[in-house]
Design a protein around this ligand. Structure first.
Ligand SMILES: Nc1ncnc2c1ncn2[C@@H]1O[C@H](COP(=O)(O)OP(=O)(O)OP(=O)(O)O)[C@@H](O)[C@H]1O
Ligand SMILES: Cc1ncc(CO)c(N)n1
Length: 264
């Protein structure tokens, strides 16, 4: 088989396997693409929280990028946890060097458990170096509030904030509504147009890694040739199924079920 599409995740490791690199590799594999990884940081993490973070050196991130890009060129890329300005710079330089395509940037700032995954001083580099390289960015509501500088409490404010972010940073933005009170409605703002991706809120407290899963599924779908709209719609269906499967592991907010279609 040699028509396999390929996808790369550039992200942090989650030892509990629910978010980060582990969620990304599972998502990409189940969505039918060959998955590769560049690890930016190790986290000691479980369903209850993050107890430690060790960053990978920028030089070793560059080495991983070189190893991947000079051998199996990825058809799409997802970027997650990036931690420091030096790490952001190393990633941006490699993406430019290899003229990387189909980049989905999940601007991971704080874990659901409250742990800071992006150092404060890395915010400017994320904005100035990575957002311009991305085909779409996927902030959640708290990240959207930081990027837009406004509060987001309802759908009207989601519309305003998505437009502010899209115009301010000249990017396509998928503002995720998973943290809003009612439904789980995500909003795309691209080239001056809005599109909602709506689903009911599933009554499942185990949402560890929903953001990682959605952005990786979007990247996998772009690798397979979906346009951005199809890639998001299909990723949302996948995410909703993985939540609805109702896996219940660990003592805190547990992980999603990625092989629900295979086991069905
Ligand atoms: N209870 C739920 N029911 C249905 N969809 C949900 C639920 N919670 C989150 N989602 C969906 O999950 C996706 C990720 O959104 P969310 O806002 O949770 O991202 P996030 O905060 O970045 O995730 P993470 O927990 O990985 O940091 C979105 O498509 C959102 O609508
Ligand atoms: C490594 C890692 N990346 C991203 C997130 C956000 O869900 C997390 N909790 N851990």
């Amino acid at each position: 088989m040699n028509d396999m599409k390929t996808c790369l995740t550039i992200a942090g490791s989650d030892s509990s396997g629910g978010a980060g690199i582990q969620a990304d590799l599972k998502t990409m594999t189940v969505n039918g693409v060959y998955a590769m990884s560049v690890i930016t940081a190790l986290t000691a993490q479980n369903t209850q929280g993050v107890t430690g973070i060790v960053d990978v050196t920028p030089e070793f991130i560059r080495d991983q990028m070189d190893a991947v890009f000079t051998d199996i060129y990825p058809d799409a890329i997802k970027i997650g946890m990036v931690s420091s300005p030096e790490i952001v710079e190393a990633i941006a330089r490699s993406l430019e060097k290899y003229d990387a395509k189909n980049i989905v940037l999940d601007p991971v700032m704080v874990a659901t458990s409250g742990a800071k995954l992006l150092k404060e001083e890395a915010m400017d580099s994320l904005i100035n170096r990575l957002i311009p390289l991305a085909d779409v960015i996927t902030p959640n509501i708290p990240e959207g509030e930081i990027l837009s500088g406004m509060e987001i409490k309802n759908e009207d404010e989601m519309l305003k904030a998505a437009e502010v972010i899209g115009e301010k940073y000249a990017c396509a933005v998928l503002l995720k509504g998973g943290h809003s009170i009612n439904d789980a409605n995500d909003l795309l703002y691209k080239d001056g147009k809005f599109k909602w991706y709506r689903t009911e809120r599933i009554n499942n407290p185990n949402t560890h890694g929903t953001g990682c899963t959605l952005s990786s599924a979007i990247a996998a779908n772009l690798a397979k040739g979906n346009d951005l709209d199809e890639a998001i719609a299909n990723a949302k269906d996948y995410l909703t199924g993985a939540l609805r499967a109702g896996l219940d592991l660990g003592k805190g907010s547990g992980p999603l079920m990625h092989n629900y279609k295979i086991l069905k």
